[in-house]
Design a protein around this ligand. Structure first.
Ligand code: DSN
Length: 437
């Protein structure tokens, strides 16, 4: 099966959707994708997603399903689980969460209930919506308390400890969506243990870097680890839950019917039947393919290049007078504080988009602007690294970003940069087979 033949039949059945997909392929091919949470999956992953397993109901788990005919989807889910465990050195993996947010709600409710106190990183300091934002289930269901970063943009472990000792949360969430430095999971666990709290790490952003050991893994320090599969990990859009050595421990956790379960059992119970119905078996098959790709030696080189690219981009922006929160990056992303350039994140996102550079506006620590305006942008290098771009291209991209920002209202400048973007993208083609169709 190839993407081209699918597209031909789609073209006949639904030309409007066919056109939208083709325009999206062209957009991805001709623009510079710097959204830190996005990536480009391989053709093998695309193929595994676009196939007949989408037809199959498989509520339950391999060999314990509520439907017949699951023998082949069982193969896919078993492979996905085993590969995820190997990749992250986990004792247990659940590959059914539809997204990172689903994975988080399923993990949280394994340890806490409505109204309990939970501690997470503030959204404005780099945390995620599901780490306690008032507009999200996490902020609405729990009594959330937050920690953040200090004036240097670094997570302040003294502050984390002080808040934990004062507020005594039953659960601490570590991990972030816009934090560019390594996280000290061991220190988080020591704090959690002092107050008998459970610790969940959300590694959605750096999962690929963690899988290959370029930055520390939380697996041995946290009760549960959640992730998405589509960011640095370069798999299909979806979620994942991992359990380390605490998985087989009896912590007295009970199901609503009062049965005591191990951590790994309660996680599975919370995913299904707790919060989800039928798993998306075509996506699980694609997750298995992505994990297999991530287990190959060249995935290590790929992840190393992601970091080199992020550091090259950050350094060039610093050289050009931009403020990068925390002074740089250890990972795939960086937050650029634009306040010294007198432009907002919103303005910059829009101007860069017109020039063919896709980024997202982002709040920066101690931001006085709303999340719809913001004082910063977040940049990440996984997608461009997948295209084969390296440090020289990153320097060029920093120059393009600078050119647009320094002349933020000029359409002439945007048009000139858009042409440079197009030329650069042409040297690193993406999904060329699908475009040729
Ligand atoms: N929306 C994702 C991000 O951009 O970081 C996280 O869910």
């Amino acid at each position: 099966m190839d993407v081209g033949s699918n597209m031909n039949s789609l073209q006949k059945v639904d030309p409007e959707i066919f056109d939208a997909i083709h325009h999206e392929i062209e957009r991805q091919n001709n623009k510079l994708e710097l959204i830190a949470s996005e990536n480009f999956v391989s053709t093998a992953v695309l193929q595994a997603m676009g196939q007949v397993m989408t037809n199959k109901y498989a509520e339950g788990y391999p060999a314990k399903r509520y439907y017949g005919g699951c023998e082949f989807v069982d193969v896919a889910e078993d492979l996905a689980r085993e590969r995820a465990k190997k990749l992250f050195k986990a004792e247990h993996a659940n590959v059914q969460p539809h997204s990172g947010s689903q994975a988080n709600i399923e993990a949280y409710f394994s340890f806490v209930n409505y109204g309990d106190t939970v501690m997470g990183m503030a959204l404005s300091d780099g945390g995620h919506l599901t780490h306690g934002s008032p507009v999200n289930f996490s902020g609405r269901f729990f009594n959330m308390v937050h920690y953040g970063v200090n004036e240097n943009g670094i997570i302040d472990m003294n502050q984390v400890e002080q808040i934990a000792l004062k507020e005594k949360p039953k659960l601490i969430i570590t991990g972030a969506s816009a934090y560019s430095r390594k996280i000290d999971y061991k220190a988080f666990r020591e704090i959690a243990d002092k107050i008998n709290a459970k610790l969940v790490a959300d590694i959605a952003h750096p999962a690929g870097l963690i899988a290959v050991g370029l930055i520390p893994s939380p697996i041995e320090h946290c009760h549960v680890v959640t992730s998405t599969t589509h960011k640095t990990l370069r798999g299909p859009r979806g979620g994942l839950i991992l359990v380390g050595k605490d998985g087989e421990n009896d912590m007295g956790i009970k199901t609503p019917k009062g049965r005591v379960k191990l951590v790994s059992e309660i996680i599975d119970f919370n995913v299904f039947p707790g919060f989800q119905g039928g798993p998306l078996m075509h996506v699980i098959a694609a997750k298995a393919v992505a994990f297999q790709e991530a287990l190959q030696p060249d995935f290590v080189d790929y992840q190393k290049q992601i970091i080199k690219n992020a550091q090259a981009l950050a350094n060039e922006l610093l050289n050009r007078g931009y403020k990068v929160v925390s002074g740089g990056t250890d990972t795939h992303l960086m937050l650029v504080d634009l306040r010294n350039h007198n432009v907002t994140g919103k303005q910059t996102e829009k101007a860069l988009e017109a020039a063919g550079i896709t980024v997202n506006k982002n709040m920066v620590p101690f931001d006085d602007k709303s999340p719809f305006v913001t004082s910063g942008i977040r940049l990440g290098t996984p997608a461009l690294t997948t295209r084969g771009m390296q440090e020289n291209e990153m320097k060029l991209i920093a120059e393009m970003i600078d050119t647009v920002i320094l002349d933020i209202d000029s359409e002439t400048t945007r048009t000139k940069v858009a042409k440079q973007v197009f030329d650069l993208c042409s040297r690193f083609p993406l999904y060329s087979d699908a475009i040729a169709e």
